[in-house]
Design a protein around this ligand. Sequence first.
Ligand code: IPM
Ligand code: MG
Length: 361
Amino acid sequence: MKLKIAVLPGDGIGPEIMEQALNVTRAVCEKFNHEATFTEAIVGACAIDAVGDPYPPETHEVCMQADAVLFGAIGHPKFDNDPNARVRPEQGLLRMRKQLGLYGNIRPVMTFPSLIHKSPLRADLVEGADFVCIRELTGGMYFGRPQGRSEDGDTAYDTCVYTREEIERILHLAYKFAGQRRKKLTVVDKANVIATSRLWRQIAQEIAPQYPDIETDYLFVDNAAMRIIQWPKSFDVLVTENLFGDILTDEASVITGSLGMLPSASIGIHTSLFEPIHGSYPQATGKNIANPAAMILSTALMFEYAFNLQEEGAAIRRAVNASLEAGVVTEDIAEGGKAYGTSEVGDWIAEYIKSSILVTL
Ligand code: IPM
Ligand code: MG
C-alpha cells in the first residue's frame, strides 16, 4: 500500500522524537511491504521564526495532500513568558485543527504492566484500566465568538457554541469506537447548568436508540473528574466537548503514570493527525533524552485509523511493550536503572519490528 504522510516535527523535542517515529514507520513499511512517502513542513514557534506564521499556507497544503499527518509538538518558553506576543504557536495549532476539520480527538488511556508503579494512584485501582477519551476538537469555547474584552479592559467574555451537526458527528464517532470495544459510552456534560450541554444531552438521548447494543450513560463533568480517578476501570469510551475534554484528558493521563507514553489521534474531515500528548518539553530539547514512545505509539494509531492496517499497529505496540520489558527505556522511566537515549530506544524498537516473526491477528 502507498502511504502519503505529512511530517510536522514542530518545536522542542518534536524533531528528535519524530526522527524515531519515522525510523519505526520505515521498519514497519519494510516488514509489511508498504511504500511511504514523507513530506516535511514547519509548524509552531519554528514557523513563526521562519515566516512569521505558526501554521503557514504551505504547511496546510502539505497536510491537505496527505492521507495522514504526523505531528510532534509545538511551543516555546519565549512565547509562554510573553503575554504581549502578537502571534503564538498555539494559534497555529487551533487554526490547523479548524482548517483540517480535526473534529474528533481520540486519547486512549491504558496502563503498561511494567509501569504500573509509576502511577500516583494505587496499583489495584489502575491495573487493567483501558478506556478511550473522545474530545470534540473544533467547537465550543475554543472557537466560539464573540470572545474578547470590553473597551475599558476590565470585563472579558468567551462564547460556547455547539450546533446539532457538530454534536451528532462526534457522538456517532464515539458510538463507532464503543461498538468496537466493550460497548459502553459515557456522555460527559454539564447539562444541569450549561445550555450547550443540554443540547448535547438531548441529542445523545435521541441518538442512543440507534445503537441498542451499546449501553449509554451520562455524567456531569465534575462527577466524571472524580470517577476517572476513583474508578478508572469503570470507563470504556467517554465523549465530551472541547474544554471539558482538554481538562479530563490531562487528568486521565496520570493513570498511565508517564506522560511520555501516551499517543493521540485527531480524526478529521480532510485528513487525520497523530501526535503524542506530552508537548514540546523545551528543557530536554536536543539532549537525546526524551521518551519517543508516545510519538511511536501515535504512528501505531496512524496505521490503524488512517490506513486501516491493524497488524502493523499491533506490531508497533508489541515492540514498544517489549522495549519496556527489556528495560530499553529513557530516563523518565529508567528510575536509577540504565537510561537509554531517544535514538537508542527508537533503533531498538525498529529493529525489534524488523526481526520479529509476523503474527496474523
Ligand atoms: C491539548 C493542549 C492544547 C489545547 C493547547 C496547547 C492549546 O492543551 O492539545 O490538549 O488546549 O487543546
Ligand atoms: Mg490539553
